[in-house]
Ligand binder design. Structure first.
Ligand code: DQA
Length: 151
């Protein structure tokens, strides 16, 4: 039976645990905790529940995505550096079939050449890039428009 409360899996990729301390002029002053609080407030108003995880390990992220089918109605992910390198995360998203929104704090298309390619974007419903912490809130709102049923 379909669960009534919609659930969204939020995944923060490598080095995002350092937000607030990591190149604040680029990534902003907000810590990951502050961003998660912003997401939880938005989720509460929208009556959805969030499971939020951060990992520096590609395989851990692949495992999380692999278990998302039937449990989550959407995925919100900032794959961070894995955006530009991870065929494994891309394949996991494609295989799990859970509608996914990719977010970035910075505008990856206005940065170094190697950041201007996302291997993840083609298997996502869409991408929000360049609005700082607000990218996450916008991405969460976008994910509410594409919720898939769970078992
Ligand atoms: C990022 C952009 C990536 O290129 C970078 O490796 C990150 C953060 C962003 O949110 O702007 O770690 O995903």
């Amino acid at each position: 039976m379909a669960s009534r409360v919609k659930k969204i899996l939020v995944i923060h990729g490598p080095n995002l645990d350092l937000l607030g301390k990591r190149q604040p002029s680029l990534y902003g002053q907000k810590t990951l905790g502050a961003i998660n609080t912003l997401l939880k407030e938005t989720a509460r108003k929208s009556k959805v529940t969030l499971t939020i995880l951060q990992s520096n390990h590609e395989g851990k992220i692949v495992d999380l995505i692999g278990k998302a089918k039937g449990r989550y109605n959407a995925i919100l992910i900032n794959p961070a550096a894995y955006t530009h390198t991870s065929v494994a995360i891309r394949d996991a998203i494609e295989a799990c079939g859970v509608p996914t929104v990719e977010v970035h704090l910075t505008n990856i298309y206005a940065r170094e050449k190697f950041r201007q390619t996302s291997l993840i974007a083609p298997v996502c419903v869409g991408q929000v890039s360049g609005f700082g912490a607000e990218s996450y809130r916008l991405g969460l709102l976008a994910s509410l428009t594409i919720l898939a049923p769970t078992r």
